[in-house]
Design a protein around this ligand. Structure first.
Ligand code: 5RP
Length: 229
């Protein structure tokens, strides 16, 4: 079994009958959704809120009942992948272009669990170019303003055309090298008019399921003395 499948399937242990579950996007969340589908077919009763159109299609194919976001009072657990994580469980997300809905759903969930293979760990975030979702209107100017923060934004393409998110926006992939303060960069980016959201998920994840030295491990957010759980 590959690492993505191991962590993706492990996380269903946090799901029980009656829960509303935020369903992530990407090749790791794929395994969670497939496994949940298997359990639903055996009688598990859950409702899903998908973070992308792609995930919605997969969930429906798997027989997972979806619920409209406006009809739920709370999301019990959100499960999603990440492009990069650090020891504080801060993340870079959006490699699949779904960062806006992913962030809304992770923020709304009582518990947000991240699943990531061993290649995603970093001492400092920034190895993965930070995806920033922007509105198409004035995109060039928005891109210039982002560049002033210390990167060269690259418009994400789909073939020869700009990649368009599920929300009708563009994505700029921004290589900041090492991100010294994710919390400050997140704030600065989101203050630029035209920026809809960025892929920094700071202080959001409560649990990380990953692989270390070939062994599946679970980590909770690091506390003051630097020890991780
Ligand atoms: C999509 C995401 C994904 O969670 C992230 O890109 C990780 O993807 P994968 O599990 O395929 O490595 O943020 O917007």
């Amino acid at each position: 079994m590959n690492e993505k499948q191991l962590v993706g399937e492990k996380t269903v242990e946090y799901i029980s009958d009656g829960m509303v579950v935020g369903l992530g996007t990407g090749s790791t969340a794929y395994y969670t959704i497939k496994k949940l589908g298997e359990l639903v077919r055996k009688g598990l009763n859950i409702k899903g809120i998908p973070t992308s159109e792609q995930t919605a299609a997969l969930a429906v194919e798997q027989g997972i009942m979806l619920v409209d976001f406006k009809d739920v009072k709370q999301i019990d657990v959100a499960i999603d992948g990440a492009d990069e994580f650090d020891a504080d469980l801060n993340l870079i997300k959006g490699g699949g272009g779904a960062l806006l809905r992913e962030k809304i759903i992770a923020n709304a969930a009582s518990t947000f669990i991240v699943i990531a293979d061993s290649s995603k760990g970093s001492v400092k975030l920034g190895a993965f170019s930070l995806p920033v979702e922007i509105v198409t209107f004035g995109a060039k100017m928005t891109s210039q303003k982002i560049a002033e923060l210390g990167c060269e934004p690259k418009l994400r393409l789909n073939g020869n055309q700009p990649f368009i998110t599920d929300n009708g926006n563009y994505i700029l992939d921004c290589d900041f090298k090492q991100i010294e303060s994710p919390v400050e960069l997140e704030r600065q980016l989101n203050m630029i008019p035209g920026v809809v959201e960025n892929g920094l998920f700071v202080n959001m994840a409560e649990r990380l399921i990953t692989i270390e030295n070939g062994v599946l491990v679970e980590k909770t957010k690091r506390i003051f003395n630097g020890a991780s759980g």
